[in-house]
Design a protein around this ligand. Structure first.
Ligand SMILES: [Zn+2]
Length: 339
């Protein structure tokens, strides 16, 4: 096995995947011999590998990897996330509290330590945190023959493209979000006033009132809504306006603007964690109902009107692959639903 410095290892592209490959080699005590195979030369295993790569391109699930598989020297980075490492390359942000984000994503609200249900909750959080939740743009990329061509519009406002980044910006949710922010601002003031263990508390109300955490600023949101350049495919970067840190909560990323209050007024870690996670739990549940749930409802109605069913999605790649393998021309799979 090659020896390279930890620093160089982390700089390598896909170092997590290389670590896994080396782990598999070591774990199974494999002896590897490298042979060059000419591309498209009907080599059986090369063709299988090619097909797997093609299938992989359509997977929208984020990669969840158990950290025990990583090379020891990668752990400096991986340790930030005890259970789940978020491969985060697409979000530009300034103000995320990664320590609490990790705690929140791994938080188990259920009674049992592991379950299918817990996994689903965590996968949902990671998809939203990595902006991979199946909104219109992602579904269209994954099922190009099933969804109409062109930009799929948000089914709530009917104006802007339906994407992960749009959820916090959509004009339709603003009035509701604004009242919710006010409600949780008051809740936070009461919570900290009644339970803090700090001796310096006279400023609780004024500092929470002054925070952008609980303010909805329409001008900032409108600015972020401006249509991007025509070649938007190249801009994978999602920017959350830093003046609106509450948007991060929609993506299960914890803003420093919020955690700062818990750090300021709770010196005992266990109290701080307990009160913060409970607060987050209530806040994000209500926020989700106003935004993601409302979006899902109208989006599903729209899908139904175009006869896009979950069964069709389930069979989509399976059918495409088998039709290619038997060299049959793809039949109705190439048919596009009229827009
Ligand atoms: Zn919208």
């Amino acid at each position: 096995m090659p020896t390279i410095s930890p620093r160089r290892r982390l700089k390598q592209n896909n170092f997590l995947i290389w670590d896994l490959i080396f782990w598999i080699i070591a774990h199974n005590k494999l002896t590897i011999q490298l042979l060059k195979v000419k591309a498209h030369s009907n080599n059986k295993y090369n063709d299988i590998a090619d097909d797997l790569v093609k299938q992989g391109r359509y997977i929208s699930d984020p990669i969840l990897i158990n950290h025990k598989f990583f090379h020891q020297s990668s752990l400096g980075l991986i340790n930030l996330y005890n259970n789940i490492y978020i491969v985060d390359r697409n979000i530009k942000h300034g103000l995320i509290d990664w320590d609490y984000t990790k705690k929140w994503i791994n938080y188990n609200p259920l009674d049992s330590p592991t379950s299918e249900k817990l996994r689903n909750i965590q996968v949902d959080k990671v998809k939203k945190a990595t902006f991979n939740y199946p909104t219109g743009n992602i579904l269209q990329r994954n099922y190009p023959d099933l969804y109409p061509l062109g930009r799929i519009k948000c089914t709530n406002c009917n104006t802007y493209e339906d994407s992960n980044a749009h959820i916090g910006l959509c004009p339709k949710h603003r009035t509701f979000i604004s009242s919710l922010l006010e409600k949780y601002k008051i809740k936070l003031i009461e919570l900290i006033r009644n339970n803090n263990d700090s001796s310096f508390t006279f400023d609780i109300e004024s500092s929470i009132n002054a925070s952008n955490m609980f303010k909805l600023l329409p001008d900032i949101l409108n600015l972020a809504l401006l249509p991007d350049e025509p070649s938007s495919n190249s801009s994978n970067l999602t920017i959350v306006p830093c003046e609106q840190p509450w948007i991060l909560l929609l993506h299960h990323l914890i803003p420093i603007d919020l955690s700062t209050f818990f750090y300021s007024y709770y010196s005992k870690k266990c109290d701080r964690d307990r009160y913060f996670i409970k607060f987050l739990s209530d806040f994000t549940t209500e926020l989700k109902i106003l935004t993601w749930s409302s979006r899902s409802l109208s989006f599903k109605r729209w899908e139904k009107s175009l006869n896009i069913t979950s069964k069709k999605k389930k069979n989509y790649h399976h059918l495409r692959l088998s039709s290619r393998q038997t060299l049959l021309p793809p039949t109705d799979l190439n048919r596009r639903i009229p827009t």
